[in-house]
Write a protein that binds this ligand. Structure first.
Ligand code: OGA
Ligand code: NI
Length: 339
């Protein structure tokens, strides 16, 4: 529990050594500054939405969605209840703290992946919403009292949105529309409630290292404070959140299934010294036993499979280490042309 950042004195003017990353891993975002990712308005006609998602997905691998059907009030409640949780006294949060990565529900600090010892400026409450029942008995329940209800409602709707986007992608790419229904999306929804406290020295550390999400697709509630940075044409660009919208990005399993037609794009979280930032990442996660490889629709004459077919559990084992910032090596490792 002493690892938690909320205990770092806010008046300190420097960061502990463990957080200081080598300068070559901290290339700043471009001077071009803040970029709005393409915004897809889900209330438009189905053909238009399908095309917009596929275009934005191919160009950036990241896009925002507006008019997505999740009520604004639920977004506000979600932000409020997550904020309330992180504001609780340390003693009230201690029972959820664990450094055991195999625990589906836990409070921890730093990267989700193993690191080489370096630390990251993030606290996280990770909750698993098992499907289909959504048994949430191990979630915090005493305080905030409405956390279970709000996060449960939110997760169900965010998952619905993710499944709708996957269906639209299937339609647009010529896969059967229910390709992602079942084990491949069916084990659980993982929810990471990220809290990035103000950081006295944002230029020397990161909230999250550069990484690609390893799930199928991620729905991010980015919060009003900027911090998400995405690679684009060899640079890091800052994402300006659009109010009441989600940021959507493809996970590595979608890259594998589409044989690289859709890419999982590297992203990271920067910190700032002025304000705490909160974000909520909802991951659609395959079952451990699910075997995932390029779909036959994307393989054929002149299009060899570029990725190995692996059980998701084996994929995770291979992809568990963040090597001081770049997960590109791990992606290269899963490509099938290595041996
Ligand atoms: C993540 C993530 C970005 C953010 O949780 O995987 O990339 O802006 N979060 O918090
Ligand atoms: Ni991520």
């Amino acid at each position: 529990m002493e690892q938690m950042l909320h205990q770092t004195p806010s008046h300190s003017s420097s960061i502990p050594d463990g957080f200081v990353l080598p300068a070559d891993h901290l290339r700043p975002a471009t001077a071009a500054g803040v970029v709005s990712l393409p915004v897809v308005d889900m209330s438009h006609g189905r053909d238009e939405v399908r095309r917009a998602i596929l275009d934005a997905g191919k160009e950036h691998g990241f896009f925002q969605v507006a008019n997505h059907g999740v009520p604004e009030q639920l977004l506000r409640d979600m932000e409020a209840v997550c904020h309330e949780f992180f504001q609780l006294p340390a003693a009230d949060k201690a029972e959820f703290y664990s450094e055991d990565r195999s625990k589906p529900n836990r409070l921890f600090s730093g990267s989700s992946y193993e690191t080489l010892g370096e630390r990251y400026w993030r606290d996280c409450l990770r909750l698993a919403y098992p499907l289909p029942a959504g048994d949430t008995k191990d979630w915090p329940h005493k305080q905030p009292q409405r956390l279970r209800k709000v996060v449960g409602n939110y997760t169900a709707l965010a998952r619905g949105l993710a499944m709708e986007i996957l269906r639209l992608l299937c339609e647009g790419m010529g896969l059967r529309p229910d390709y992602f229904v079942g084990d491949i999306s069916g084990s659980r929804v993982a929810v990471d409630i990220n809290h990035y406290p103000p950081c006295p020295d944002p230029s020397r550390t990161l909230g999250l290292p550069p990484h690609c999400d390893r799930d199928l697709i991620t729905i991010l509630l980015p919060g009003a404070v900027p911090g998400l940075e995405v690679t684009y044409k060899g640079d890091w660009i800052k994402v300006q959140p659009v109010p009441n919208s989600f940021v959507v990005n493809f996970g590595l399993q979608l890259e594998v299934v589409t044989n690289g037609m859709l890419r999982s794009v590297e992203h990271r979280a920067a910190t700032n010294s002025a304000a705490a930032r909160m974000s909520v990442a909802t991951f659609i996660v395959p079952a451990d036993d699910c075997v995932i490889g390029p779909a036959e629709e994307f393989v054929g004459e002149g299009r060899p499979p570029c990725y190995r077919t692996l059980r998701f559990a084996d994929f995770k084992r291979m992809h568990n280490v963040v090597n001081l910032g770049s997960s590109l090596n791990q992606i290269t490792n899963i490509k099938s042309n290595q041996e």
